[in-house]
Design a protein around this ligand. Structure first.
Ligand SMILES: NC(=O)c1ccc[n+]([C@@H]2O[C@H](COP(=O)([O-])OP(=O)(O)OC[C@H]3O[C@@H](n4cnc5c(N)ncnc54)[C@H](OP(=O)(O)O)[C@@H]3O)[C@@H](O)[C@H]2O)c1
Length: 344
């Protein structure tokens, strides 16, 4: 017997991707339910060769549902996740609402799958921020080998990280440039078409943005609290795929060649690193793919034991939907939950 799975936020960028990934991976679900706000009630979303009618989450009874994959934003998750969890349905949440709660495991299966067993304290598991997910997939094997002391991360994040309205804004502004229409920023604070914006999420007192702080806090929680992390997060006019330039300082010696060989064997990683024109990955090529790609692996001669690397991944997949589905698979494969229908 299979599981009953609800997708909360099924009409969104991440929710639609979750439906595709559940289907692609042959997830052991007997039933998949699509939920969104009341605005979308009755609309349809695709699930493999089927279409699902969207139901309003506020009217849905989670009592016989095993897992809720939640991607409806932080405010909705703060209110709804505890209520859903109280019905015995495990919530795997994509927002930042629960990531820093010490009773909620924050999981990237390639990095800290064992921590998943802590889910039973609140029946909630958190999925990291899109920039952190791909970062820790690439850093974990290098940390295991040579112990990372400090990282400097600069992100080049696509607009899909800001949801479907952000994608529409890039599209409409790009069109407006060509037809000479006026450009009015709405979702972004400045024009995004043919521009880059060094600002994602709210500003904090110290001048960093919340997005930059998330990379720091989540890397420490999942990988090692001793690692020093500093970050600059930048939005770029790319639809899908986040890129990161990462400078890493290690405790122990590691050459670029060793790093390349380690990453070639590491779960979830794919190395594309030829020292020639086009011998690297760009975000456009990562869209629709599962891997975390690593290119431009170089020794940094300005520090002892330093490397520079370029990391790219599809933010809607490894950065969100794929990682969420992998967490659900890990719960099942480790025997941590059984379908409620079995007990009935
Ligand atoms: N995009 C990324 O790269 C990424 C990566 C990691 C995490 N996340 C997180 O994932 C979440 C969703 O992101 P997204 O990019 O998919 O956003 P999105 O495209 O704007 O979609 C938001 C979804 O939430 C639903 N929703 C809004 N209010 C609701 C309510 N009151 N009750 C039920 N459903 C409601 C929307 O339904 P309607 O269509 O009915 O409004 C829609 O399905 C966010 O928390 C985001 O921070 C995103």
């Amino acid at each position: 017997m299979g599981y009953k799975i609800a997708i909360a936020g099924a009409t969104g960028n991440v929710g639609r991707e979750m439906l595709d990934i559940l289907d692609e991976r042959g997830f052991p679900a007997d039933e998949v339910v699509a939920l969104a706000s009341r605005r979308s009630q009755g609309t349809e979303v695709s699930f493999g060769d089927k279409t699902l009618k969207v139901q309003a989450m506020e009217n849905y009874d989670f009592s016989d549902t095993d897992i809720c994959l939640m991607s409806a934003g932080g405010t909705v998750s703060k209110e709804w996740s505890p209520r859903i969890a109280a019905k015995g349905c495990v919530v795997i949440d994509n927002s930042s609402a629960w990531r820093y709660d010490s009773d909620v495991p924050l999981i990237v299966p390639e990095v800290n799958a064992d921590a998943i067993k802590g889910f039973s304290k609140k029946n909630i598991i958190a999925n990291p921020n899109c920039s952190t997910a791909q970062l820790v997939v690439a850093l974990k094997p290098l940390h295991d080998h040579a112990k990372i002391k400090r990282i400097v991360v600069s992100t080049y994040q696509s607009v899909s990280g800001g949801g479907k309205e952000a994608m529409e804004e890039l599209f409409n502004q790009t069109r407006a440039v060509f037809v000479n229409d006026p450009i009015e920023p709405a979702k972004f604070t400045k024009r995004i078409a043919f521009n880059v914006i060094p600002h994602i999420d709210d500003f904090m007192e110290d001048g960093y943005t919340k997005e930059e702080w998330k990379v720091l806090a989540e890397t420490k929680k999942m990988l090692d609290p001793a690692i020093k992390v500093t970050c600059t997060a930048v939005r770029v006019p790319v639809f899908i795929g986040h890129s990161e330039s990462v400078n890493i300082e290690f405790e122990n010696e590691i050459s670029a060649e060793e790093a390349r060989n380690i990453l070639r064997e590491a779960p979830g990683c794919l190395v594309i690193d030829k020292h020639e024109d086009g011998g690297y990955i760009t975000p456009y090529e990562s869209a629709g793919e599962d891997a975390t790609y690593i290119s431009r692996i170089r020794e940094d001669a300005t520090v002892e034991n330093g490397l520079n690397i370029w990391i790219v991944s599809d933010n809607l997949r490894k950065g969100a939907a794929l990682n969420t589905v992998q967490i659900a698979e890990a719960l099942i494969n480790r025997g941590l939950i059984k379908p409620k229908s079995e007990a009935a």
